[in-house]
Design a protein around this ligand. Structure first.
Ligand code: NAP
Length: 444
């Protein structure tokens, strides 16, 4: 489709949520052109910067996203920050519809004393570091021997696995060189994953749990007494296949004999962090027993804490936001204001819409729902616009925004692939923002 004079739709965020929504709209044959904005010079959002590097199969979703972004009706504008380089008024002036898909890049707070002590970090900071996110510092200290990971979701499992994994097994992945070096210098011997509820209530999935048991040179330790189930748990297991599989696997871990492994993962249940203590840096975590009539507090001597208790979206300038859920209020994807009235032309999808839950595939159904609302409203024709495709690039140029287009990204992509191949791996990511921009503009 020629995009000159074609009404345009803007999508803010080039991760799975945003791109699946473009895909749903393209499939609907809505005859619109799409501009996809991202604040980073690289596309794919959480697929590139959130999925663990040792999960290449999940990372390969980027192939699907790429196909959509390479559709002739789609343009990519990287290194453009919503609210800074381009605002809501700009987008509503130039586009018929604006779809927000900026995810949940922030972190939920734990709310216990000592949470901000040096050595206590949100797990997301570690995820950003090992994925080479441009905002992450180059150094992530792995000097601790004992680490507590608080939370029992898949992020907790990801960071636990990466902390315990032999760095030689990361050599084939796309992690940046400084991350490989960081893992090689790690002092970590023991990782304690701490769940505030029991094994039946754990949020992690069995495939990811199983991976812990396959790590070379790592013992997975589970206390049989923490796997004991009460009647309510037994009943819950009957209707919850995932919990049943998790409990079976945990029981199998508990039966395993210990070895002379150099690293250990301790999976703990029914323990909640009451405080993180230390003089100037983390020294221990005080754990409360959360079972009814639970025993005395326990002190876990650790030098580092990763809080994996959930992500959180940040409010976007000009859009309503619900602080309690950390989402943009909406009806089936149509943004609504405090009085539940639709905000014309504004839509939301993905974690910003439903909160930080679900796997990448969950975004597909969500995208279809949002796309359906967009199509219905376009049919009404209230906000019809035949936009000049050059008006937004001109606006960005006038503002001095050094935006990145798809060809720029492809140059950076090739550079990373070639650099990785020279080291015998598929890709070696560039994480420095200035370097990403420079390589994108001039190639190798
Ligand atoms: P999550 O699945 O919601 O897990 C959060 C964990 O934190 C839960 O165990 C929760 O316990 C715990 N928690 C929350 N507040 C707490 C508190 N104050 N004190 C102690 N524990 C607390 O979130 P996530 O792990 O960040 O993952 C986000 C989404 O991404 C999930 O849908 C996940 O499946 C997905 N993901 C998938 C993969 C994969 O497929 N490989 C990898 C990473 C992430 P309660 O249950 O008791 O609230």
């Amino acid at each position: 489709m020629s995009s000159a004079g074609t009404p345009r739709i803007a999508v803010v965020g080039s991760g799975p949520a945003g791109v699946f929504t473009v895909e749903a709209l393209l499939k609907s044959n809505c005859r619109r052109a799409f501009d996809v904005f991202d604040r980073l010079p690289a596309p794919y959002g959480l697929v590139r910067y959130g999925v663990a590097p040792d999960h290449p199969r999940i990372k390969s979703v980027s192939t699907v996203l790429r196909r959509v972004l390479e559709n002739p009706a789609v343009r990519f504008f990287g290194n453009v920050t919503f609210g800074l380089d381009i605002g809501l008024d700009d987008l509503l002036t130039h586009y018929e519809a604006v779809i927000f898909a900026t995810g949940a890049p922030g972190h939920r707070e734990l709310g216990v004393p000592g949470e901000d002590l040096p050595g206590s970090r949100a797990a997301g900071e570690f995820v950003a570091w090992y994925n080479g996110h441009p905002d992450a510092p180059v150094d992530f200290p792995l000097h601790a021997r004992q680490v507590a990971v608080l939370g029992a979701g898949n992020v907790a499992l990801d960071v636990t696995r990466l902390l315990a994994k032999d760095p030689r097994e990361l050599v084939g992945t796309d992690v940046p060189d400084h991350v490989l070096d960081g893992f090689r210098c790690s002092s970590v011997t023991d990782v304690h994953l701490v769940a505030r509820r029991g094994p039946v209530q754990a949020k992690f999935t069995t495939v990811e749990l199983r991976e812990l048991g396959l790590l070379r040179g790592v013992d997975v330790l589970v206390r049989p007494e923490e796997l004991r189930l009460d009647e309510a748990d037994e009943r819950a297991l009957e209707s919850n296949r995932q919990a049943r599989a998790n409990v079976d696997l945990l029981r199998e871990f508990a039966r395993r004999p210990t070895t002379d492994a150099t690293r250990r993962i301790h999976l703990r249940f029914w323990r909640s962090a009451a405080a993180i203590d230390g003089d100037g840096a983390v020294r221990e975590v005080r754990l409360a027993d959360t079972r009814p009539g639970g025993g005395a507090d326990e002190v876990l001597p650790v030098q580092s804490v990763l809080r994996a208790v959930g992500y959180r979206a940040d409010p976007l300038p000009g859009l309503p936001f619900e602080g309690r859920t950390g989402t943009v209020p909406h009806r089936k994807g149509r943004v609504v204001d405090g009085g539940a009235r639709p905000v014309p032309g504004c839509y939301v999808t993905g974690w910003l819409k439903r909160g930080p839950t679900g796997v990448i595939g969950t975004n597909k159904a969500d995208a279809v729902e949002t796309a359906r609302c967009v199509i219905e409203d376009l049919a009404d024709g209230h906000r019809s616009r035949a936009s000049d495709p050059n008006s937004v690039p001109r606006l960005l140029n006038r503002r001095g925004t050094e935006f990145v287009n798809w060809s720029d990204w492809l140059r950076l992509d090739s550079y990373e692939i070639n650099r990785g191949r020279a080291q015998g791996r598929d890709r070696s990511k560039v994480s420095d923002l200035d370097a990403m921009l420079a390589i994108g503009k001039r190639g190798q």
